[in-house]
Design a protein around this ligand. Structure first.
Ligand SMILES: NC(=O)c1ccc[n+]([C@@H]2O[C@H](COP(=O)([O-])OP(=O)(O)OC[C@H]3O[C@@H](n4cnc5c(N)ncnc54)[C@H](OP(=O)(O)O)[C@@H]3O)[C@@H](O)[C@H]2O)c1
Length: 169
């Protein structure tokens, strides 16, 4: 099972503001859906706060096994499997027969899984000081970047962005 991470961050590493995404980027949303759905047998792992931030119409994220990290042994939500620790989340994805397991945030969950993934898919949003939550510090010298595409802003994308895939070198 492939383990990957997907994140959109601004140039200073910010990923969220007041428990929401700081920007509206339709291109990034479409890419997120395409990559994480894959062929229809993937899992996503997210933190309980990120689960709470999803609009009702996208919760659970369709066509994917939704695994939510919480320390609360009583936490339950329809359409989600709860994991109390990292190994449990990976085990759940594996037991579901997932081809790919995507770690989709937020900051606390990215930090927990950084050493468990082989790829990080990063959309760099070309703006600054977007929020109050940052992607954890990571040593980019241990990773190689392949820039896939750069996009300008338009009616559906508030800021220009660059999409890259980082793999462990
Ligand atoms: N830009 C992006 O790509 C992106 C992606 C995702 C999210 N975000 C943004 O990121 C922000 C949320 O990030 P966040 O860091 O505040 O929250 P988070 O990582 O989504 O969720 C945090 C929660 O995870 C659970 N947790 C943390 N450590 C744990 C552990 N060791 N074991 C088990 N469960 C654990 C806890 O849930 P309990 O409190 O229930 O115990 C904790 O409150 C929002 O603004 C969201 O919009 C951005």
């Amino acid at each position: 099972m492939k383990m990957a991470m997907i994140v959109a961050m601004d140039e200073g590493g910010f990923i969220g503001r007041e428990d929401r995404l700081p920007w509206r980027l339709a291109s990034d949303m479409a890419r997120f859906k395409r990559l994480t759905e894959g062929a229809g047998s993937n899992s996503v792992i997210m933190g309980r706060k990120t689960w709470d931030s999803l609009p009702d119409s996208f919760r659970p994220l369709p066509e994917r096994v939704n695994i939510v990290m919480s320390r609360d042994t009583g936490w339950l939500a329809e359409g989600a499997e709860t994991a109390l620790y990292v190994g449990r989340a990976i085990e759940l994805a594996f037991a579901e027969g997932s081809e790919e397991c995507w770690v989709i945030g937020g900051a606390q969950v990215y930090e927990m899984f950084l050493d468990r993934v082989g790829e990080i898919h990063v959309t760099t949003v070309h703006t600054n000081d977007s929020g109050d939550v940052k992607f954890p510090g990571w040593d980019r010298s241990e990773w190689s970047e392949e820039v896939i595409e750069s996009l300008d802003s338009d009616d559906e994308n508030e800021c220009p962005s660059t999409y890259s895939v980082w793999t462990r070198s």
